[in-house]
Design a protein around this ligand. Structure first.
Ligand SMILES: [Zn+2]
Length: 447
């Protein structure tokens, strides 16, 4: 467990993560113990993408010398998301106790009310000048709709029985993301007289998938548009520098703004990796208002996401009530990243894993990256694995020849975590010698 106040680390970091496969055997109390208390400071949550606040103030405090301590909580209570707890008006220089419970006790205690059942009590939390903000990583695997209650108790000579208490707060967990249907039925070069330059399909209210027409480029890359409360991220810009990509993206953004009663949202253009078929539309966004185009060099990618230890370090990037994890996975290309969306459980794997030819010019690096990505995915709910091309047919192990622009019988875009494990097992078994390794849903090509 790591607890920091400001930038000072107080206790060594110890993080427990739940494997999805092991989850059912863990009672909720054990899961609650996995709460990781980390850095301080986070933006407030406010409707829209954020949804309703999952917290209720239950009262029950006891005033101390500085008045009634006040506890405020925020966060979506999704597995892996940030939980912010802020204590204010506490006695200065005290060591506070944070009481966590899975149900409401409501028992008289020291002149006030002990609100939660004291299932977990974290002691020694320093109140400093009377203000204690903490951020915890909420454990995955708590059942949807489970209650967790919080209350601070603070030694305080000014309290009637020597202990002041904050109000109690009840949070109701949102549960793990649910798998939604991934759009299929993509344009695939079969009707060039009528196909649009980009086909846009909606995954959920805040998630869109675009495919560039194979009539314009045999690559037919997929682009992803992810809306948060504070910004929208476009992953990749396709293989053609034409205004069509700008029109398609602007059209989705305008529709989203209209549906959400907003007039603007900043756009971030990022990339799975720097190969031409994923970045050629970038110039269309360079002069777009309120837009950041992430550079395609490794230094630019690292600087933008704050990755100081490439490729080992996994960082998060918050779109506003929508946190993405950024996992470096070089090997197909040296700047390649995967994005994991905690809200939807989607794992976006670019050209590193998709239903087609997985081109591997740097085998040792690729193998290490696949291991890193599988380890990451095993400890989180992954609803779908989505890459940026489809080259397999619907017949297991059969691909369209590389360069095919008419694909009437494509494999689905969607892969599953099982295919990531299959890929990890495949690269573990390969020597790294040039050649093809054919699987039902993908083909590894080392060269
Ligand atoms: Zn590529």
């Amino acid at each position: 467990m790591r607890l920091t106040r400001g930038r000072t680390r107080l206790v060594p970091h110890r993080e427990i993560r739940m494997s999805p496969a092991r989850r059912p055997s863990h009672p909720p109390r054990a899961l609650l113990a996995a709460l990781v208390v980390g850095a301080v400071g986070a933006p407030a949550f406010a409707g829209g993408v954020c949804g309703p606040e999952p917290f209720v103030d239950l009262g029950g405090g006891v005033a101390g010398g500085a008045g009634q301590p006040v506890l405020a909580a925020s966060g979506p209570l999704l597995g892996g998301s940030d939980l912010q707890l802020t204590l204010d008006q506490a006695a200065p220089g005290a060591s506070a106790f944070l009481v966590l419970g899975l149900s409401e006790l409501g028992a008289p205690f020291k002149g006030g009310t002990l609100v939660p059942t004291p299932d977990i009590v974290l002691g020694g939390l320093p109140t400093g000048a009377g203000y204690l903000p903490i951020v915890a990583t909420w454990p995955a695997g708590l059942p949807d709709g489970a209650d967790v209650l919080f209350q601070y108790w603070v030694p305080d000579a000014g309290a009637p029985f020597g202990l002041a208490a904050s109000n109690g707060v009840r949070g109701t967990t949102a549960g793990d993301p649910q798998a939604l249907a991934v759009p299929e039925g993509w344009i695939s070069g079969t009707d060039c007289a009528n196909d649009p330059a980009f086909q846009v399909q909606q995954y959920d209210e805040n998630t869109y998938i675009l495919r560039q027409s194979q009539c314009l480029t045999f690559e037919g890359p997929f682009l992803y548009l992810l809306f948060g409360q504070d910004r929208v991220l476009l992953e990749d810009t396709g293989n053609v520098n034409s205004s069509a990509v700008r029109h398609a993206v602007d059209g989705v953004i305008d529709a989203w703004l209209l549906a959400h009663g907003r007039s603007s949202i900043p756009l971030v253009v990022a990339h799975t990796h720097a190969h031409g078929d994923h970045i050629k539309g970038d110039p269309q966004f360079v002069n777009r208002p309120d837009t950041t185009v992430v550079g395609t060099s490794l230094a630019s990618v690292q600087a933008f996401f704050g990755i100081t230890n490439w490729p080992e370090q996994i960082v998060s990037y918050d779109l506003g009530c929508r946190v993405l994890d950024v996992v470096p996975i070089p090997g197909h290309e040296k700047t390649h990243i995967a994005l994991y969306d905690r809200n939807t459980g989607l794992l976006l794997t670019g050209d590193t894993l998709y239903p087609g030819f997985l081109f591997v010019p740097d085998f040792p690096t690729y193998r290490t990256s696949i291991r890193r990505l599988e380890q990451f995915a095993l400890t989180r709910p992954v609803t779908s694995v989505l890459g940026t091309h489809v080259e397999m047919t619907s017949t297991p192990g059969v691909a369209y020849p590389y360069g095919t622009s008419v694909q009437p019988d494509e494999h689905t875009l969607r892969l599953l975590p099982a295919q990531l494990t299959e890929l990890r097992e495949a690269v573990d078994a390969l020597s790294g010698a040039p050649g093809l390794d054919v699987h039902d849903d993908f083909i590894v090509e080392v060269f």
